[in-house]
Design a protein around this ligand. Sequence first.
Ligand SMILES: Cc1ncc(COP(=O)(O)O)c(C=O)c1O
Length: 375
Amino acid sequence: MSFSHVISRDSSYSLKWQKYAGKDILPMWIADTEFRCAQPILDAIAKRIDHGILGYTLPANHEGANQAVQGWLSKRYDWKIEKNWIVWTPGVVPAFNLACKAFCEPGDKVLVQVPNYPPMLAAPAINQLERVDVPTIREGHRWTMDFEQLETLAKDPKCKMFILCNPMNPVGSVLSETELKEVNRICRENGVFVCSDEIHCDLILDEDAIHLPFSKMDNMADQSVTLMAASKTFNIAGLGVSFAIIPDAKVRAKYQSAAMGHMPWANVLGLTATEAAFTLCDEWHQGLITYLRDNRDYLHREINAIDGLEFLLPQATYLAWVDASGLGVELPQAYFESKGIGPSPGADFGEKQFVRLNYGCPRSHLEMAIERLKA
Ligand SMILES: Cc1ncc(COP(=O)(O)O)c(C=O)c1O
């Protein structure tokens, strides 16, 4: 379990590394990490492969993976779910697009926080829906949602769904229980369905931040789905597996029927990996959180010491949302690349004066990035 170990990904077709292949630019963009998977995950996959047959496997019948999800949610979020609430999906992006299809009619409006993960910004239009932006505002040293705006926008009768992103990507805030109750009240009063993307929920770095799964709130069980995955935390995004938790039978049936014929089953190795991640990797997970917390604090200190840059300490994720407006350059992305660092362009998230840096990497990468930035 050495998160400091540098592993070359040159021969692995890594999308992150391919982007800058042949250039002296350190890739710090897309949200996967540079960390080797926990050994129990690799062992479980190897064992499954050793069996020799990789045929059709119905995810709902994969006892091990389903029990692992139940156990994980109970242990981490005190959320006791029934096995049949779990709907396996081959990724969270298809899962929220499916929610658009299942719970909205063409022409309806869908609320989305901005800035946000680009595929979430794109989802309404892909599904012939109109996107309505909920601004993110700064409160002291933390980003949060503009609840006043949310309330105003949700009142529009054409507004049918909110694709909630919590913990928030790219800003890294974890919505508190009070904030979520406010989302709950506004959406309930206005009949707005909530599709809650919680893919980053196992990456909470603040010791006093608590993640509350949206569909755990009883009064929203019939008006929400919660999307999760082991992929970000355990670095298995290439294995194509995620899951929705849908407590209400009618909502679940609607979601499953919208999936028919369009949505492939979750990958068999992904199910095996999820089972191992949620049952055998607690120590690795704790080590990861500690390492990421130190990376975050290091980056926070160093970035804020550079004139023209500002970075508010995120409560969760391995993503740093850096305000580069003080640099006075027109294109912060190009500026960072000229310094040998490849972030995600803030423009893709809806804020062109920002960049997003992925600090899910060995500390030596961060040190190199800071050295390059200061040069
Ligand atoms: C908020 C959010 N949702 C979904 C995803 C990707 O989900 P998947 O790879 O399971 O489709 C990401 C990846 O960065 C993300 O940040």
